[in-house]
Structure formats: structure tokens, C-alpha cells
Design a protein around this ligand. Structure first.
Ligand code: CP
Length: 326
């Protein structure tokens, strides 16, 4: 049986916890001398990336390879999409070659859901769809926090997360809001009104855990976790802030402000980061930043997601994760 992962939306908290638990177990494989196990031998995974990516595309490819799957990468610029082929025809073409999973990144919200509906057979995994969702990013962010707090899944609970910056254009924010809703955590959305409209606090799907702040200091006060978001200039139609310089004067997260109002906070950034705009150099290079852990955990989370997607199995057999004989 194959399972799609289209978003955090619709994921039961048990399935969410299982993915994190499996990812935690898979993380060990990347620390071994032989970073390869037979878990997905004979499976084929197509990574269809029709938007730019460094972290997500590379980590999905590494994750597939570490599980012994055959992985094939297709990018927008090197595919027949540039000749005008539609997403449906591209999907059907890939489907005809019998992959077990298609990992898709697309600029259009709902593109993975459309593929999952239209091309039966392969599991579809959402690697970021427009301004909608980026579920594996939220999972790797939570795995990073789970490791940081060190008490398993329960260590994630009872936290306050401040998500700062361009929330309105961010699929990372949306998936994380939904993930922290599953955990019952308090979520603060912080930024100017144009990027963090008050209405976000009333979105029904987000539940009643979300508060909006337009003042950085107030939004960060006492937070356990601070997530900085890049200004998504590629998704903006028109100006949302007078200038990046002015934005950074009001909303750049610096070590100075964190040490004053949220001294215990750890800092996440999904990358790519724009130093000096949404996050100061001293934070990115400092002790509280967990950014390199996030990137490393991207591989483990994508191993767990690919395993669940292609086998439908929430737990991993012991022999599947023993080293491949050299
Ligand atoms: N966080 C993230 O999605 O990064 P990439 O765009 O580099 O994949």
C-alpha cells in the first residue's frame, strides 16, 4: 500500500508522531560509515522539482539513495515543461514508467493534490506547493526541536513558537502552524500588517492557538522557539514593505533583542536565509541557531516519509535498517 503526504493538514497526530519517531530512528544511518540500508531496494522515486531548491531536492535524493531506492531527478529547466507540456501530461508520462513515489515541488498551491487525484499508482509527496504547504519542512523542524529538548515527542509540547516575517506568503509557516496545532502549542505570528494580517488569528483550520503581533519585541517576549522567515520576493505582486532596509530595522531578529526578551529561545530558519534582513549574522552564527541541525534532519525526515509513502508501513523492520553488505 502506498500513502501520499500532501500536507500536515489532514494528518492525524498519531501519524505525525510516527513519522517523527521513524525519522529519529533513521537519523542514525547518516552517522554510520556505510550510509546505506536495504529498506527501499527495488523502489523507484522520481523527484519532480519545478521550482528552485537546494535543501529539499538534495535531501530527498540522498534520503532515497540511503534507503537503496533508485532516485531520478527532474527539474523544470531540463524537462519538457519548458516545451509547454502540462503538469497532468508530465505526471502521466512519469507514471507510465511505474515509479513508486513522485516527490513534487511546484509554484501552484494544490499541484501535489492534483497529481495524487489524477495519476493513481504512485504515492505523491509534497515538497512545497506555492504558498500552501511544505510538510516535510515542518516535520524536520519538529524533529530538530524534539532532539534539542530531548524528551521524545512529549518534549515538543507546552512550547511557545514565534514565527517572524513573511508569514502570508510562507508555506513553511502554514505547515508549522498546523504542526504546532497538533502539538497543542501556542503560536505567535509576528511581522508588519501587510505580511501578517490580523485575520490569520481567526483562520478556523489553525484553531485557537494563534496570536498576531506587529511589534517584534512583544511577539518574541518569553518565546521558547523563534522561527525566522525569508521575505518571499518571488511570490509578491507589488510592494509589501517600503524597503528591505526599513523592514530589517523593525523586524530583523538579532542576538541583542533575543537576549533581552527571549533569552532561552532557540532559533530556526528554513533557509535560504538573507543575513541582515530577517535574521542577524550573530544569531545565525550563534549557539541558539539550530539551522545546520534542521538541514541534517531533512535527510532523516525524508527517509521516514519515503519509507511510509512507498510501503504504507508506519514502522520500520529491523532488517531493513541494517547495513547493506559491501
Ligand atoms: N527550506 C527549503 O525548502 O529550502 P530549499 O528551497 O533550498 O529546498
Amino acid at each position: 500500500m502506498r500513502k501520499h503526504l500532501l500536507g500536515i493538514s489532514g494528518l492525524e497526530s498519531e501519524a505525525f508522531a510516527d513519522l517523527l519517531e521513524n525519522a529519529h530512528n533513521f537519523a542514525d544511518i547518516s552517522e554510520r560509515e556505510v550510509k546505506k540500508v536495504p529498506a527501499l531496494r527495488g523502489k523507484t522515486i522520481v523527484n519532480l522539482f519545478l521550482e528552485p531548491s537546494t535543501r529539499t531536492r538534495t535531501s530527498f535524493e540522498i534520503a532515497g539513495k540511503r534507503l537503496s531506492a533508485d532516485t531520478i531527478n527532474i527539474s523544470g529547466s531540463s524537462s519538457s515543461v519548458v516545451k509547454g507540456e502540462t503538469l497532468l501530461d508530465t505526471g502521466r508520462t512519469i507514471q507510465a514508467m511505474a515509479p513508486d513515489a513522485i516527490v513534487i515541488r511546484h509554484s501552484a498551491a494544490g499541484a501535489p493534490h492534483f497529481l495524487a487525484r489524477m495519476i493513481p499508482g504512485a504515492a505523491v509527496v509534497n515538497a512545497g506547493d506555492g504558498m500552501h504547504e511544505h510538510p516535510t519542512q515542518a516535520l524536520l523542524d519538529c524533529l530538530t526541536l524534539m532532539q534539542h529538548y530531548g524528551q521524545g515527542y512529549s518534549g515538543l509540547k507546552g512550547r511557545t513558537i514565534a514565527i517572524v516575517g513573511d508569514v502570508v506568503h510562507s508555506r513553511v509557516a502554514r505547515s508549522n502552524i498546523l504542526a504546532h496545532k497538533l502539538l497543542g502549542n501556542a503560536v505567535r505570528l509576528v511581522g508588519p500588517r501587510t505580511l501578517v494580517p490580523n485575520e490569520l488569528a481567526a483562520v478556523q483550520e489553525y484553531g485557537d492557538h494563534v496570536e498576531v503581533f506587529h511589534n517584534l519585541r512583544e511577539g518574541l517576549e518569553g518565546a521558547d522557539i523563534v522561527m525566522c522567515l525569508r521575505m518571499q520576493l518571488e511570490r509578491m505582486k507589488g510592494l509589501f514593505v517600503p524597503s528591505l532596509d526599513e523592514y530589517s530595522r523593525h523586524y530583523c531578529v538579532s542576538e541583542r533583542i533575543l537576549s533581552e526578551v527571549a533569552p532561552q529561545a532557540v532559533v530556526l530558519h528554513p533557509g535560504p536565509a538573507n543575513r541582515g534582513i530577517e535574521i542577524a549574522h550573530d544569531v545565525l552564527e550563534g549557539q541558539r541557531a539550530l539551522v545546520s541541525h534542521q538541514v541534517r534532519n531533512g535527510v532523516a525526515v525524508r527517509m521516514a516519509v519515503l519509507f511510509a509513502a512507498t510501503t504504507g508501513n508506519p514502522s520500520v523492520e529491523r532488517e531493513s535498517v541494517e547495513e547493506v553488505a559491501q
